[in-house]
Ligand binder design. Structure first.
Ligand code: SF4
Length: 283
């Protein structure tokens, strides 16, 4: 059995920084330390941080004191303002790439554009992005969604993307939107980390017998890697080594591994170690 890991896999810049800030806060700052929602979409890593004293809040409404770490996806504008007015230490770990899109949405809406976000309506990043617009924003994620767009013909339209969308889908939906709104301005705001992981996963998936995509079941960027790989080869989305079934792997196989931007290295290492241990006993 051969094991190959995609050239780019696992923690991205934004997630690594957020985890480091949370760890530092746990060591130095006023307790209790909270995060607004899970810091990243990886329950194993969130559990590890909880062991250091970093607790997840489902709602930030009633928090009165302590330290709060803002996750990589950011928070709605009004929520951020409310938190900053409280007697709290606010550590902003919003990824700079997400911040850039928040500011872009704010500016485009001020300039009078009708903004279309390509992404998942209920994803925390998208909920945050939408909050930065002074006008209603439309979120589309499918071709059907594009068909339903009801902005008046000739409207000034600007398109941005959730940072972790797949380029394939973004390009497809943009070309459809442009058939309806020919002058639409396009801002491809997919971050480099997502692009690089998607390209590396697609390339590896074309060279192996099976792909394992490691990452949280609630992680959007991991879901995208899974979609990309399963179009090319038999693919399994796992959260940890414990999810691997013996029947998936055979002795002569080459197994490819990729991992979402919120998957820590220690989980990737555990999967590799598990496969290596079981390589000899595989059929
Ligand atoms: S995937 Fe991109 S936008 Fe999201 S945290 Fe990582 S670097 Fe930032």
């Amino acid at each position: 059995m051969k094991i190959k890991i995609a050239g780019k896999a696992g923690f991205c810049y934004g997630v690594r920084k957020a985890v480091e800030l949370a760890e530092k806060a746990a060591g130095e700052n006023k307790k209790p330390i909270y995060t607004a929602g899970p810091l990243i979409h990886n329950q194993q890593e969130v559990r590890r941080l909880s062991g250091l004293g970093v607790k997840v809040l489902s709602s930030v409404e009633n928090i009165g004191s302590g330290t709060i770490v803002i996750r990589t996806h950011g928070l709605p504008k009004k929520t951020m303002l409310k938190l900053r007015r409280k007697a709290l230490t606010v550590i902003d770990a919003t990824c700079p790439f997400v911040k850039r899109v928040q500011h872009l949405v704010e500016k485009l809406s001020k300039d009078g554009y009708n903004i279309i976000v390509i992404g998942e309506k209920n994803h925390p990043e998208v909920v945050g992005l939408v909050s930065y617009s002074s006008k209603p924003v439309v979120v589309v994620n499918t071709e059907e969604g594009v068909k339903r767009l009801a902005l008046p013909p000739g409207a000034s339209v600007a398109i941005v993307s959730q940072t972790t969308q797949s380029s394939e889908k973004f390009n497809k939906l943009v070309s459809l939107i442009r058939k309806k709104y020919r002058t639409a301005k396009i801002y491809n705001t997919i971050c480099n980390a997502s692009n690089e992981r998607q390209k590396a996963a697609a390339s590896l998936a074309g060279k192996v017998d099976v792909m394992l995509v490691i990452g949280g079941k609630n992680s959007g960027n991991t879901a995208r890697l899974n979609d990309i790989c399963r179009k090319r080869v038999k693919t399994y989305h796992i959260e940890s080594a414990r999810d691997i079934k013996e029947s998936w792997v055979e002795k002569n196989m080459t197994i490819g591994i990729t991992a979402g931007a919120s998957t820590p290295e220690w989980i990737i290492n555990e999967v590799v170690a598990y496969l290596s241990r079981n390589a000899l006993s595989a059929k």
